[in-house]
Design a protein around this ligand. Structure first.
Ligand SMILES: C[S@@+](CC[C@H](N)C(=O)[O-])C[C@H]1O[C@@H](n2cnc3c(N)ncnc32)[C@H](O)[C@@H]1O
Length: 358
């Protein structure tokens, strides 16, 4: 964009980040946020409130997801009822996306500048239970070994994906999960699905997060909904269904950082169970030293794993413009690519041709 070329470096970086996020939202099916971010870019160029709010974060790496935090902050105001004008354009609040959405968004930021700046401190807490579809195939592979699973999720946020076995998944004449589940995934795989006819027992489940969200409280639920893009009703519906499941079966998510928590969890062996360390869309948020420490912990624990106390590392993380789900199992120490998918899950392309053995 020619307007960017002459801007100071900080502003140029910010406009580039806005443009990257704008096209990301457009490609991922949110024309509403694409329009909003167009208006935000214009306001930044004009030196408006958006420039003031975002300038201190202009040099943050894209992985800090500043724009997603910004969009979620304003969405929270809408869902709280503090922004009826903008709500009239947000389907998540009963409105309809129209051409005024961008200017109404910028006006809302101007009206609530201090609150938006405060909310920007919160990290990205997009809980996406569609990711359970990609992860399920890994859990099923592990369950074939015949041991109950001890599930440890880092970056679990509200812990919704820890309830993966309480959701229903249907593919052809196979299904997994309770038929009466509030959350149903119907044909979420592209082409062949993993074999769903497996007995899977979760012996225990626990998560950690820097800032856990309690989905059983009204404030927690509102925050979770604020991270779902306002013009994506199917994602909102599955979030609400997963929240209902979590309210019936609350799970423990400890307030802790990934490395110290995993260190403590893996310190003691767990004979008679298969320990699964799992995460989805979390690794990018760990500082490089923490990533190294995390991998070293897994290597150590892997070296101590046995056939009576095996270990697995199941993760769904970005691999280019898709998400990749991979599984490493110990004592064998082998890694397999299980699935590729959209970042929010379905449709999931199952990639594993033959079963994994521990
Ligand atoms: C994008 S959310 C993903 C949430 C969930 N895993 C999912 O896929 O629905 C990333 C989560 O990682 C958490 N997180 C980031 N850095 C962390 C750290 N060092 N230790 C623990 N959790 C962390 C954030 O608080 C946030 O809840």
């Amino acid at each position: 964009m020619s307007r960017v070329r002459h801007d100071p470096p900080g502003l140029r970086a910010l406009l580039d980040t806005i443009e990257t996020q704008r096209s990301g939202c457009e490609m991922a099916g949110s024309p509403l946020y694409a329009d909003v971010l167009d208006a935000v870019a214009s306001d930044v160029v004009a030196g408006g409130t958006c420039a003031r709010v975002l300038a201190p974060l202009a040099d943050a790496p894209f992985g800090d997801a500043v724009l997603l935090r910004f969009l979620a902050a304003v969405h929270l105001l809408v869902l709280e009822g503090a922004e009826p004008d903008l709500a009239s354009q947000y389907p998540s609040a009963g409105g309809q996306h129209g051409p005024a959405v961008g200017s109404l968004f910028v006006a809302a930021v101007a009206r609530h500048e201090d609150r938006v700046v405060g909310l920007l401190d919160l990290g990205v807490q997009t809980n996406e239970v569609g990711r359970s579809v990609a992860l399920l195939g890994g859990y099923l592979e592990l369950a074939r070994a015949g041991l109950p699973l001890r599930v440890l999720e880092v970056g679990a946020s509200a812990g919704l994906n820890l309830g993966f076995d309480r959701f229903r998944y249907e593919a052809g004449d196979q299904a997994f999960g309770p038929a009466e589940s509030r959350l149903r995934f119907v044909e979420p795989w592209l082409g062949a699905a993993p074999d769903l006819d497996v007995d899977l027992v979760v012996a225990s489940r626990r998560g950690c997060d820097l800032d856990p969200i309690d989905p059983t409280t009204p404030a927690g639920r509102l925050r979770l909904r604020a991270y779902v893009w306002p013009d994506q009703p199917p994602r909102r519906a599955r979030l609400d269904a997963a929240i209902a499941v979590a309210c019936e079966h609350p799970v423990a998510v400890d307030r802790a950082d990934a490395v110290s928590w995993l260190d403590a969890q893996l310190a003691e062996p767990s004979p008679g169970a298969l320990t699964v360390v799992v995460h989805s869309i979390v690794f990018q948020y760990l500082p490089p030293d923490d990533r190294r420490a995390f991998l070293a912990l897994l290597d150590d624990a892997g070296a101590r794993a046995s056939h009576d106390a095996p270990l697995a590392w199941l993760r769904m993380e970005p691999g280019g413009d898709r998400a990749e789900t991979r599984l490493t199992t110990w004592p064998r120490g082998a890694t397999e690519l299980l699935a590729t998918s959209a970042f929010h899950g379905p449709p999931v392309a199952w990639q594993l041709a033959r079963p994994v053995s521990a």
